[in-house]
Design a protein around this ligand. Sequence first.
Ligand code: G6P
Ligand code: MG
Length: 221
Amino acid sequence: MIKGFIFDLDGVITDTAELHFQAWKKLSDDMGWQFDREVNERLRGVSRMDSINIIREHNNAEVSEEKLLELATLKNDIYVASLDQMTPDDYLPGAQELLTLLRQEGFLVALGSASKNSNKVLKQLGATKFFDVIGDGNSVSKSKPAPDIFLFGAEQLKLKPEQCIVYEDAEAGVDAAKAGGFYSVGIGPEERVGHADVRFETMKEATLFEVKSAFGELFDN
Ligand code: G6P
Ligand code: MG
């Protein structure tokens, strides 16, 4: 039986992809590196250091580990500053309603994000109250597609993976959920999250009603 939900943050609760894009773009422009929305798509769900390595490789650039860390910190400073503009109006449509309903129905809820800035994003949205457990980029060392962040969330909620549904918008995120033995809801196009147990184009369609219908006998009512 499903007792809990674990949510990815970026692309599920709110659309930070645009802010990440702007920050990586600024850094790339300063470095004289090529960076566009297509490359940005490959960073979805990927940790900060893995992201900068993808951009570096895309540009065939030779950069020392130390310099790479410095550049990632620069990008993060730009990104974190841009989060100041985020408000409770910035939930993806449907996300706030779903989180509210899960609270009312007594489900346990965890965050399972790769972002080390999760607490700040949740605070800006006023969403901290919806979560029993916050698993973020500081909670585990192996990032998605490893299942560690979701296993951390389930363990903290005192639930087994098969009692939880994971919401994910990233290919690596759905891979992680599956590797951990979780049920998964994919948010986005078929070519990205078609391997999830159930897929919706956007969060607006991924309501509790629809998810209960899709997973049928896994719910009490
Ligand atoms: C999420 C986003 C990624 C981002 C990662 C790390 O998974 O989808 O694009 O790179 O978090 O975020 P951070 O805030 O720690 O740099
Ligand atoms: Mg995501």
